[in-house]
Ligand binder design. Structure first.
Ligand code: NPQ
Ligand code: MG
Length: 372
């Protein structure tokens, strides 16, 4: 079976977040992202590029993703037919970088294959679980007391794993306050690259707070200093931004730069590379979990399918839809079960339907592309 790429629609979306999300790289009031719709032989597939308005998490933005898709990735695939994700990736292989942009296009093809064959994304990827454990990621608050209040509200909603964003000056006091208020909670922190090796003494103080992991304390391109830092800490380091491929994952593990890896399908350029990182880590006995990029229902459905693979042994940053959005663009939305899990969709492809009226309401720019 081969799937023709006949027509592609790009949409720049702007969705108001229920509350601003502050990290060490900045604050977002709105989620900006690209939605991709692909037409193939009577079937439509959806993808999402979880880019942002500014290059804070990574160098990619709505503008760069739109540009590389329009100028390079779409011309490379339009008018051609693909048997699967591996072949689609090959068509873009001579272009460098821009994983979030290419991941959105690959996701649309996975959705098409699932819908055309009546298979869920979970079964296409080899997922085994019907529901997956999840946690919540809390942005930097005004002060430690506000953070404790926010954590308490999420715990009351049923989340059993809390991740706290940290940055220099907003770390020890914040995390200590949460640990004191909730002595037993599964707790981890994420610095989004805000520290250097000179901060090792400060980071070592986190060692006493019984954290599950410390996520990406140092720069994205700094595996060697992560290895140096890991040697000084008991708490496992977890890499996020540093891992853009299975090759990076292997090198990070060889260097002992981390003990745990956060897998985001968009960050590694698509679901097929995400499965490759999962398989490598499973072989090596390294725990992985599924990260989050404040996805809409499209990307959230994909993350759930991925997190149903057997190596995802730690709770994912895949919160319920209402953690971020008052209204989502896809239905059904995802709800938290009382045991801090979310059900993995079972319908064909992504297993969600895009609400075209709501999608139109949050679209700030759109364009269509055909072969030619
Ligand atoms: C992380 N996510 O694990 C990311 C960071 C992040 C849930 O903590 C727009 C684009 C907004 C990318 C917000 C969580 C984002 C973004 C946060 C990435 O590091
Ligand atoms: Mg992270």
């Amino acid at each position: 079976m081969s799937y023709p790429i006949e027509r592609v629609e790009l949409r720049h979306l702007r969705m108001r977040l229920r509350s601003p999300f502050k990290t060490s790289f900045g604050v977002e009031d709105d989620r900006e992202a690209l939605a991709i719709r692909v037409w193939s032989d009577g079937v439509q597939g959806w993808g999402e590029c979880p880019v942002a308005a500014f290059p804070g998490y990574s160098y990619e933005t709505v503008g760069t993703a739109w540009h590389v898709l329009e100028a390079f990735f779409l011309p490379a695939v339009l008018g051609r037919a693909f048997e699967g994700a591996a072949e689609l990736r090959l068509a873009m292989d001579h272009y460098k970088g821009h994983p979030l942009a290419r991941a959105g296009l690959e996701l649309a093809l996975w959705d098409i294959i699932g819908r055309a064959t009546g298979q869920s994304l979970r079964s296409l990827l080899g997922g085994t679980r019907e529901r997956v454990p999840v946690g919540v990621s809390i942005g930097i608050q005004s002060d430690p007391a506000a953070l404790v209040r926010a954590a308490g509200e999420y715990l009351a909603q049923g989340y059993r794993r809390i991740k706290v964003k940290i940055m220099p000056g907003r770390d020890l006091d914040d995390v200590r306050a949460v640990r004191q208020a909730f002595p037993e909670v599964a707790l981890q922190v994420d610095a989004n690259s805000a520290y250097t090796l000179d901060d090792a003494p400060r980071l070592r103080a986190l060692d006493g707070l019984a954290l599950l992991l410390i996520e990406q304390p140092l720069a994205e391109d700094d595996l060697i200093d992560h290895a140096r830092l890991q040697a000084e800490l008991r708490t496992p380091l977890c890499l996020d931004e540093s891992i853009l491929s299975a090759r990076h994952a292997r090198q990070a593990l060889d260097l002992h730069a981390c003990g745990i890896i956060n897998i985001k399908p968009a960050r590694v350029g698509g679901l097929s590379e995400a499965v490759a990182v999962h398989d490598l880590c499973r072989e090596r006995g390294t725990a992985v979990w599924c990260g989050g990029m404040l996805e809409t229902g499209i990307g959230r459905a994909a993350n759930l399918a991925l997190a149903s693979l057997p190596g995802f042994t730690l709770p994912g940053d895949i919160s319920a839809s209402d953690r971020y959005y008052a209204r989502d663009i896809a239905a059904p939305t995802f709800r938290l079960n009382p045991d801090s899990t979310i059900d993995v969709p079972t319908g064909p492809g992504l297993g969600v339907e895009v609400d075209l009226t709501e999608l139109e309401r949050v679209t700030v720019r759109k364009a269509e592309f055909v072969a030619g």
